[in-house]
Design a protein around this ligand. Structure first.
Ligand SMILES: Cc1ncc(COP(=O)(O)O)c(C=O)c1O
Length: 405
């Protein structure tokens, strides 16, 4: 019996926010939420460094910089995702190269990554889509062979496992999101993780305005430095991506009951998988036996010969279902990629000057498996804090399947 109602925002979050507010945001009475959160997050993931950011897109930008990605370099990622990975690669003046996916897991396909590697490839950005890790052993082996940096985009997962290892601790760098729909949230937020002190230092400087005295474990400049007229602050170009302390307070509280929040999503996903049962035309994302999927959402492929996605969703909702999300449009099929010369916000000039192939073009048919499965995906919500609602939704799902069977 899974039972009960759990609180998404618990007492710890309220206590830490109170502490923050009581400090009046004064520097001298600051309770140091950022540092406390970063330390606790690093421990939870099992990495040496965690650097908190404003969101899980800024994190990717910082990670790309720390990975040494520069103008005209190529970075391989998947097109089957919300498009922050592709956008961040462009923000870093680099070229997104799209590898295809594996049909049943929906994850980036290592064989397709290998085919996409060129002398200009600098990094691989695999994504733990819907909460499941990609095949990281194969990806790390390719990275080693071709001297590439791996940035795990773990925005859609938390505390999931790949062959016993924590997702987000396997690549050279990883990136998490704490946006409102994610496993743990601060309303908005993100974290970069790494074991490398050099990379951590680069992430910090890039994300805190290139300040000279911030480092892997130091997120702020001191009062003595700030007040010194001779203090030389900016040693490099940086962005202002630091997570606000008030968000760090909420996030610190979330970490204290993260296991419960994650387990609820796993339980809800399993309940829906049970409701789908032997249905031959609804195929849940396959989780390999050596992985733990944290199920940010339950992705299911609709492979019915005649039933359309929209009709399934309509009936599900008519029967009381909460609705289902489609997969995002493939990144390279978004309008900005179709008209790259106009819609890259000036980056097209940089790519023209620095990328050997000039401005990339992304024709239909580039990733045939991703193009096929993108049209099939139904993603069911798993964030049911009230278990009786999850049970009701599972029941409605069963009735929807019966209606069309
Ligand atoms: C795979 C992936 N990467 C990155 C992001 C970006 O995170 P954020 O919204 O915190 O910028 C998201 C979702 O929001 C995502 O799903």
């Amino acid at each position: 019996m899974v039972g009960n109602v759990i609180e998404r925002i618990g007492n710890a979050e309220r206590k830490y926010v109170e502490e923050m507010l009581a400090s009046d945001f004064s520097n001298s009475r600051n309770p140091g939420m950022l540092g406390r959160f970063e330390k606790a997050f690093a421990e939870k993931i099992g990495v040496k460094y965690a650097i908190a950011h404003v969101n899980g897109t800024a994190t990717l930008h910082s990670a790309l910089f720390a990975a040494g990605v520069r103008a005209g370099d190529e970075v391989i990622t998947t097109p089957l995702t919300m498009s922050s990975p592709a956008l961040s690669i462009l923000q870093a003046d680099a070229v997104p190269v799209f590898a295809d996916v594996v049909e049943d897991t929906l994850q980036i396909d290592p064989a397709s990554i290998e085919r996409s590697i060129t002398p200009h490839t600098k990094a691989i950005m695999p994504i733990a889509l819907y909460g499941l890790s990609p095949d990281m052993d194969a990806i790390m082996a390719l990275a080693k062979k071709h001297n590439l940096v791996v940035i795990e985009d773990a925005a859609e997962t938390f505390l999931s496992k790949y062959k016993g290892r924590m997702v987000g601790s396997i690549g050279h760098l990883s990136s998490f999101s704490l946006q409102a729909t994610k496993h743990i949230t601060a309303g908005e937020g993100g974290v970069v993780c790494t074991d490398s002190p050099e990379m951590a230092d680069r992430v910090r400087k890039f994300s805190v305005l290139g300040y000279s005295t911030v480092s892997a474990t130091v997120g702020k400049i001191t009062k003595d430095d700030i007040q010194n007229p001779d203090f030389e602050r900016h040693v490099q170009l940086g962005y202002n991506y630091r997570m606000p302390e008030i968000c760090a307070a909420i996030a610190l509280g979330q970490l204290e009951h993260a296991e419960e929040l994650v387990q609820r999503r796993i339980d809800a996903a399993n309940l829906f998988i049970e409701a789908i049962g032997e249905c031959a035309w609804l195929l849940p994302q396959v989780t390999p036996g050596d992985c733990v999927n944290s199920y940010w959402a339950l992705a299911v492929r609709l492979v019915h010969p005649t039933l359309a996605w929209a009709d399934f969703r309509k009936k599900f909702m008519e029967l009381g279902g909460d609705g289902v999300y489609a997969a995002w449009k493939l990144s390279y099929q978004e309008p900005m990629f179709r008209e790259a010369t106009r819609n890259f916000a000036g980056k097209e000039k940089i790519l023209e000057a620095t990328h050997e192939g000039g401005i990339p073009v992304y024709p239909d048919g580039l990733c045939p498996v991703a193009e096929r499965v993108q049209k099939q995906v139904l993603a069911f919500k798993t964030n049911y804090w009230d278990w009786s609602r999850a049970e009701k939704q599972a029941d409605i799902l069963k009735h929807t399947i019966q209606y069309f069977s």
